[in-house]
Design a protein around this ligand. Structure first.
Ligand code: GLN
Length: 200
């Protein structure tokens, strides 16, 4: 298979990794499951998947990946989904925990309640799943809200960093508009010689 113009790495320590493949490939990009520093360097952008943020944090620490991820996050596009969005936040509550602080927002874990409060919803015409999802309770003033649900932002962006508190990848209608949006963003950075200028 020929090399595609963008390789999207999905952090593959825990959570919903493989489900992103058909969405990414439907956008004409390459999917790669990544879990080593070398693999992080070979990709153009990261998806931090949904799963369990405390488990992911523990594995990131245990495998000594924190610094390598933080370094890559400085320049590359990142999209965090549910647990992945919690890893990106500036501040995490219920309870407080570490995060990379790469998007200025505060997130309350399990904000809708427990598993029974998991639900589907329609976001921008696409069916998505909220699974023990966090709620974004505060955002920095320069963060763009791409979608809201029940009065709170659920899909936010600043520069090349995006967070969604819902899962679009479980829906088998490829690609989701959220994957399309992220991969368009990745491509716009790759075609620019000075991506740091358009991302700030
Ligand atoms: N409740 C999980 C957490 O706090 C997130 C759930 C998900 O990613 N679907 O990490």
């Amino acid at each position: 298979m020929s090399k595609k113009d963008a390789t999207i790495g999905v952090l593959a320590l825990q959570g919903a990794v493989e489900l992103h493949r058909p969405h990414i490939e439907a956008c004409g990009a390459d999917f790669k499951a990544v879990k080593t520093q070398k693999q992080f360097e070979d990709i153009d952008a990261f998806i931090l998947p949904g799963g369990e943020s405390t488990t992911m944090l523990r594995l990131i620490r245990n495998f000594g990946l924190w610094d390598a991820l933080a370094e890559n996050f400085k320049t590359k596009p990142v999209w965090g989904i549910c647990a992945g969005s919690i890893l990106m936040a500036e501040k995490v509550t219920n309870p407080a925990q570490d995060s990379f602080g790469i998007l200025p927002f505060t997130v309350e874990r399990n904000g809708y309640g427990r598993q029974l409060e998991s639900h589907h919803s329609d976001i921008n015409g696409y069916k998505v799943s909220f699974i023990r999802a966090p709620i974004i309770t505060d955002i920095g003033k320069d963060v763009e809200i791409l979608a809201e649900h029940e009065g709170s932002p659920v899909w936010v962006q600043k520069g090349n960093k995006i967070a969604s508190t819902f899962h679009p990848e479980l829906t088998e209608d490829y690609p989701s508009p959220m994957h399309r949006h992220f991969i368009d963003l990745v491509r716009s950075g790759l075609s620019c010689r000075f991506p740091s200028l358009i991302y700030t």
